[in-house]
Design a protein around this ligand. Structure first.
Ligand code: HEC
Ligand code: HEC
Ligand code: HEC
Ligand code: HEC
Ligand code: HEC
Ligand code: HEC
Ligand code: HEC
Length: 416
């Protein structure tokens, strides 16, 4: 595999530049958020620990999902990169390098210029489960800033943070509210006057926990503690009971790419209409210009599957309480709940199965997705190796479900 080959080529001094789509976030002035956001936020979440006594199976499986692990306080467990030997250094050039250090119980990124200390800041907060990579933040009073070095999982290597220059280290990028809005459960924000926001440190609930999608659970827990044995759920939100657009909006908040904010971060709650809180920055009528990365909502809603069925939403294929990454067989069963097996005239929801000759003949039911939802190169996540002419594109599963004849032919060939 290409990336593994790269790994062998990684030598000290190699600088990797990641350009995530999230870069776009930084370029929009936070001043677009109306004032009055002071104190908006969401302290007082109970956390999954308050749910486990009655929903043990869900809590256990959710604890290992990318959602739950999407942000955390930095620790030797949550930071994926190495602090040992040469692997703990990122060399920019012969005068400039950054050392990843463990000192006095702290994890630090220390920039050295001409052998002298330039700046050293702590890994305080981890953003990203490490499924693909991680970025790190440090506290300066109530403000959060991004550290210059990130971690890229496929190479198991430190690298220059997404979109950062390769010839200087920069500690001055302040983190906006949206970063936490998409990667955490709750945080109290403070308006700092210059359009920037601060965070009430103690109020941050890291990871995407139950109450991010189900709302504040206090009333629910109290009621069920007092009514043990009651079968129906009381005083809690279940998206399954909402209309389709509201169900989709609950995921689109974070899975429709960067949005232009109309209301402050964390004001949207599942059940609300997302367009009243933020608006899409792409043409919602066309999927042509969408990147495969980060906009599953836009791509899915442009697919025939979605437009032809009144009920389809993200939960048609995803059980968000489980880590199902890579389980193509499980996903294919979900396709067949509507389509039926290849060659069948009528499927689960009265739709025909696959009409492709070789699929029918060979009864290929275990993998519908590599042909119809192929992993495609992202235009926004690029790995730039110093010295290499062309950047490497990250592969992301497209949510534009469709017919891809060349990819289908290649898939058949790979299975010979
Ligand atoms: C004292 C027991 C108890 C605790 C604690 C508890 N629940 Fe429940 N919950 C129930 C029962 C009983 C039901 C109804 C049966 C079911 O759907 O599992 C329920 C149902 C639900 C439902 C589905 C509601 C519906 O309308 O379909 C959700 C969502 C939910 N709980 C979330 C949570 C969350 C989040 C927490 C923690 C903040 C939590 N529960 C804590 C007992 C509890
Ligand atoms: C608060 C923001 C937020 C909401 C709401 C949200 N997600 Fe996510 N989701 C994320 C982030 C961030 C990641 C990447 C996590 C990581 O790896 O650090 C992610 C990752 C995922 C993944 C990839 C998991 C994997 O292991 O490959 C799936 C699938 C997913 N989300 C589906 C959903 C669905 C379905 C919904 C709605 C029911 C939803 N998400 C709601 C932010 C969110
Ligand atoms: C609009 C919501 C949104 C915002 C804002 C956002 N992210 Fe993300 N981020 C996501 C989603 C969704 C994914 C998973 C995307 C996918 O797999 O297509 C992700 C993935 C990541 C990953 C890779 C995690 C992994 O291992 O899979 C990192 C690292 C990351 N984001 C860092 C950041 C940082 C740092 C910020 C703020 C400066 C930020 N993101 C802002 C939604 C967001
Ligand atoms: C990313 C959003 C998200 C997170 C995080 C999340 N849920 Fe859910 N949950 C949903 C959605 C969406 C549904 C409805 C699924 C459907 O349409 O059938 C649901 C349904 C439920 C139900 C109803 C029964 C069922 O199994 O469908 C319960 C109970 C529940 N969730 C509990 C929890 C608990 C407890 C946690 C935390 C450990 C949690 N959820 C975390 C989105 C989420
Ligand atoms: C909720 C039901 C539902 C699910 C689940 C579903 N589909 Fe569909 N799909 C449809 C409908 C409805 C159509 C449109 C049929 C029509 O217009 O004749 C469709 C159309 C298609 C088409 C034709 C697309 C084109 O451009 O001509 C393909 C291919 C397809 N689906 C594959 C899949 C795959 C693969 C999965 C699983 C990853 C899947 N579908 C899951 C309902 C579904
Ligand atoms: C028709 C089935 C289907 C529907 C509907 C669907 N997904 Fe997916 N999704 C998949 C499959 C298949 C994968 C690839 C899983 C894998 O290989 O690990 C995937 C992967 C993902 C990933 C990880 C992408 C990556 O490559 O890193 C995210 C994030 C995600 N889905 C979010 C969503 C959201 C949000 C929605 C609703 C807007 C949604 N999905 C609707 C089938 C679906
Ligand atoms: C080897 C790649 C491959 C696999 C595997 C595959 N398909 Fe297809 N599928 C295709 C191609 C190519 C077409 C277009 C065939 C044509 O032009 O007649 C197609 C057509 C379809 C259609 C459109 C049917 C119509 O009448 O318009 C549906 C629906 C579909 N596939 C669903 C599935 C499902 C569900 C699975 C898994 C059980 C699956 N496919 C597995 C390649 C594949």
């Amino acid at each position: 595999m290409g990336l593994l080959r790269c790994r062998r080529n990684v030598v000290i001094g190699l600088v990797v530049l990641l350009i995530y789509w999230v870069n776009a976030q930084w370029t929009v002035p936070p001043a677009a958020v109306p004032s009055g956001s002071a104190g908006v936020g969401s302290a007082g979440f109970l956390g999954a620990a308050a749910c486990v006594s009655c929903h043990k199976a869900i809590c256990d499986s959710h604890a290992v999902t990318a959602h739950f692990l999407s942000s955390s306080v930095a620790s030797s467990v949550s930071i994926k990169g190495s602090f040992r030997g040469s692997r703990s250094r990122v060399v920019f050039n012969d005068r400039l390098e950054v050392l990843m250090e463990k000192r006095g119980g702290k994890f630090l990124q220390t920039a050295m210029f001409n052998g002298a200390l330039y700046e050293s800041e702590a890994f305080d907060v981890v953003i990203g489960s490490g499924r693909k990579g991680q970025s790190y933040l440090y506290w300066d009073s109530v403000r959060l800033f991004q550290l210059p070095i990130s971690y890229y999982t496929p190479l198991d290597s430190w690298c220059n943070s997404p979109g950062y220059p390769t010839n200087l280290v920069y500690f001055g990028k302040q983190v906006p509210g949206q970063c936490m809005e998409c990667h955490a459960t709750g945080a109290k924000l403070m308006e700092l006057g210059d359009g920037a926001v601060g965070f009430d440190r103690g109020s941050i609930v890291y990871g995407i926990d139950c109450e991010r999608c189900h709302g504040d659970g206090a009333e629910h827990v109290k009621w069920h503690m007092a009514h043990v044995g009651e079968k129906g759920g009381h005083a809690i939100l279940n998206a399954a009971r909402l209309g389709r657009q509201q169900r989709l909006d609950g995921c689109a908040l974070c899975h429709s790419g960067f949005r232009r904010q109309v209301m402050p971060s964390f004001s949207f709650k599942v059940g609300d209409t997302l367009d009243k809180f933020s608006t899409a920055v792409y043409d919602t009528g066309s999927v042509a210009g969408l990147d495969v990365h980060g906009n599953q909502y836009g791509l899915l809603t442009g697919s025939k599957c979605f437009r032809g069925s009144a009920q389809m939403d993200c939960s048609s294929c995803h059980d968000v309480h489980r880590d199902e990454a890579g389980k193509v067989g499980v996903f294919s069963q979900r396709c067949m709940s509507c389509h039926g097996a290849p060659g069948s005239v009528v499927g689960g929801a009265r739709l025909a199965g696959c009409s492709f000759g070789p699929v029918k003949e060979r009864g290929l039911v275990g993998n519908c997705v590599d042909c119809h939802m192929p992993a495609l190169p992202s235009q926004k996540i690029l790995l730039q190796f110093s010295g290499a002419a062309k950047p490497v594109h990250d592969l992301v599963r497209t949510h534009r479900i469709g017919i891809y004849p060349e990819i289908s032919a290649a898939y058949l060939k790979s299975r010979k």
